[in-house]
Design a protein around this ligand. Structure first.
Ligand SMILES: O=C(O)CCC(=O)C(=O)O
Ligand SMILES: [Fe+2]
Length: 524
């Protein structure tokens, strides 16, 4: 689960530095051994050459005769011993010991890291070739990936039965093959051909299999597949001759991004929500001009005496639902303290199963989180008081401060913060009512990605250290506002830190009284 947060990944760099030192030690020991043997061979060669000058007179000398005999008996035995001496075992033992004390990633972590890469690729529509070159949105961030590296991503995807991405990465592995790659073209072709077949392109799969068979004619599986693909193709050809067409559909695609508004029930989009979410994450969506021109920034003191001296800087994001961003509402030293308190307690973030009420980990929420209580530190209390000053709402029934760190590809897919009718029974804090509002503090900048997006509002909030977003999840009637559906986009480059406070209804009856609106035709 290391890939879920960046702070844990830092420990892996420490592990790697220890391993590098160990490997260097091993090389040094090997070199010492070889150096000794080189010295010996030189001595032997010298003596041997001496003897060769005049063999009989050399051997007439009893000392020479003795030394030759010695070289070939006890000396040689020593040499053999040195040759068989296993200088590696100590270093292997070291690694075994390190496994007890240092942090090592597991196979599961590798799968997770590969899936994270794929998630980034999908969400941000990143091109495989440029990713493999170490480029992210045109910026060179890392070293290039080798053919083997791409093959490994493809293999991970293959094991997930994700043939679409297997094809993309195996093709890249082929493109990046060089003369000194340890990877064989035929190994890649085997995965590529089968995944291409799984993706429905039998003709291409057959061509690839034929190429594979040119390289390895006796390949049993490939021979079997070839016969199978040929038979399948024959069947398809027979069918299309009967039908008299080429079998390819021609469906027009509706590219418009319009969708039906409904504040009180789930939407019907005519573009999949997924698409809106991705475009929002890419920064490709903007709210309508009409809304944009009605949004302002201002200073507010909310009637709080202290804020008369240092008013809050508020930026309107949306009127309905009400969403605002406060600038400079968390100090750097507060951020440092909150991060420090959270780090040792980090656990993989969970979500509530809406049927059982149980907390469980889910692929759609990947991050590490920890909860901080007001009593633990004055900084946590000060933050809660600041939220009171910002929003006028009571913190009496609010949840503890949740601190979250997102690692490679860390994200939280579109969701509502409020509990729906079917979930409300499972809601642990039932006595305090539903989550009326959310405050989300950004405790870091993020180099690329990591926006908080509201797909239905075509709105993206970009993390900026020290700012906080605030929105009401419930309408004044107490009904959940479906327009507040939001997500944390995957982080591409950087480490994203947030802290959030979920504010509940109870105690806020007078600070945010019910409205007079009557919300018809909704269940909740
Ligand atoms: O991290 C974010 O940008 C949003 C997080 C979020 O929506 C949540 O934790 O409920
Ligand atoms: Fe949320």
């Amino acid at each position: 689960e290391l890939f879920t947060a960046l702070t844990d990944m830092e420990e892996l760099l420490e592990t790697e530095s220890v391993l590098i030192n160990n490997l260097e030690g091993y090389i040094l020991a090997q070199e010492k051994k070889l150096e000794f043997l080189k010295q010996k061979v030189k001595e032997y060669q010298r003596e041997h050459a001496e003897a060769g000058k005049d063999v009989s007179s050399y051997l007439l000398n009893p000392i020479n005769a003795y030394l030759l005999t010695k070289r070939l008996t006890s000396d040689w035995k020593d040499l053999e011993q040195i040759m068989t001496m296993d200088v590696g075992s100590q270093f292997i033992q070291n690694v075994t010991n390190y496994r007890e004390v240092l942090k090592f990633p597991s196979e599961e972590d590798l799968t997770g890291a590969a899936s994270a890469l794929i998630r980034l690729q999908d969400t941000y529509d990143l091109n495989t070739a440029s990713l493999a070159r170490g480029e992210l949105n045109g910026v060179q961030y890392s070293t290039q990936m080798s053919s083997e590296d791409c093959f490994e991503v493809g293999r991970q995807m293959y094991n997930n039965q994700d043939y679409h991405h297997t094809v993309m990465w195996m093709e890249e592995a082929i493109n990046r093959l060089t003369n000194d790659s340890r990877l064989l073209r035929s190994d890649v072709l085997e995965y590529l051909a089968f995944s291409t077949f799984k993706e429905g392109n039998i003709k291409l799969a057959l061509e690839m299999t034929n190429e594979l068979l040119m390289l390895t004619p006796d390949h049993q599986r490939a021979n079997g597949n070839k016969r199978y693909y040929e038979k399948e193709l024959m069947k398809i050809n027979e069918k299309s001759v009967l039908r008299g067409d080429d079998g390819s559909p021609d469906v027009p695609v509706d590219k418009s991004l319009e969708f039906q508004h409904s504040k009180l029930g789930p939407y019907t989009y005519n573009v999949p929500e997924r698409k809106l979410y991705e475009l929002a994450c890419q920064g490709e969506l903007t709210p309508d001009d009409e809304l944009l021109s009605s949004l302002f920034c201002s200073y507010v003191d909310n009637g709080v005496p202290f804020l008369k001296i240092g008013p809050l800087k508020i930026e309107q994001i949306s009127h309905d639902p009400y969403i605002v961003v406060y600038h400079d509402v968390m100090y750097d030293n507060e951020i440092e303290i909150v991060k420090k308190m959270a780090k040792p307690r980090f656990k993989r973030a969970t979500v509530q199963n809406h049927l059982t009420g149980e907390l469980e980990v889910a692929h759609y929420r990947i991050s590490k989180s920890a909860w901080l209580k007001d009593e633990e530190h004055y900084v946590v209390r000060n933050i809660a008081q600041r939220i009171v000053d910002m929003t006028g709402l009571t913190m009496e029934t609010a949840e503890e401060l949740q601190v979250v760190n997102y690692g490679i590809g860390g994200h939280y897919e579109p969701h509502y913060d409020f509990a729906r009718k079917e979930e409300i029974n499972a809601f642990k804090n039932l006595n305090s009512g539903n989550r009326i509002a959310t405050v989300l503090f950004y405790m870091s900048d993020v180099t690329q990605g990591g926006a908080t997006v509201f797909p239905a509002l075509k709105t993206a909030l970009w993390p900026k250290k020290g700012t906080a977003a605030f929105w009401f999840n419930l309408r004044k009637s107490g009904q959940g506002d479906y327009m507040t559906r939001h997500a944390a986009c995957p982080v591409i480059v950087g480490s994203k830190w947030v802290a959030n406070k979920w504010i509940h209804e109870v105690g806020n009856e007078f600070t945010r009284p019910c409205g007079l609106e009557i919300d018809h035709d909704v269940e909740f």
